[in-house]
Design a protein around this ligand. Sequence first.
Ligand code: FES
Ligand SMILES: [Zn+2]
Length: 122
Amino acid sequence: MPAFTHHIFICTNQRSSENPRGCCDCEGTGKLRAAFKAGLKERQLGPLVRANQAGCLEQCEHGPTIAIYPQGIFYGGVTPADVPRILDETVIGGKILDDLLIDEQCLNNPNCEHIRRQQSCG
Ligand code: FES
Ligand SMILES: [Zn+2]
C-alpha cells in the first residue's frame, strides 16, 4: 500500500464556555470535519488523503485549528468555507495559504501574545 500523502487532523476539542482558552468545536457540531470528509469524497482524494478528528492541538487561541502531516502545516481560524481552497490549493496544489497559516512566532510558543492563560489543554 502506498503511504498517505496527507493526514489532515481537525481539532474537535470542546471545553466549557468559561474556559478562557476557548476551543475549536465548542458546540460539538463536528461541521469542520464533516466539510473535510465531504470535500475529500467529492475530489476522490481517498484513501491517500485522510481527514481525522483530533483532540486539542495546543493552538487553541488560533483555532479552529487543523494540522496537515507529514507537511507540518498548521492552519488557524479555519471555517467550513475554507475547506475547498485548502483541499484544492494546499493538498492538491501544494500551496500554503498565508491567511490561514499560524505564524511561526505563535506555534508552540508559550509566550505567544494570543495565549489567554498558560495551562495545558484539557
Ligand atoms: S482546542 Fe483546538 S487546538 Fe486546543
Ligand atoms: Zn499567537
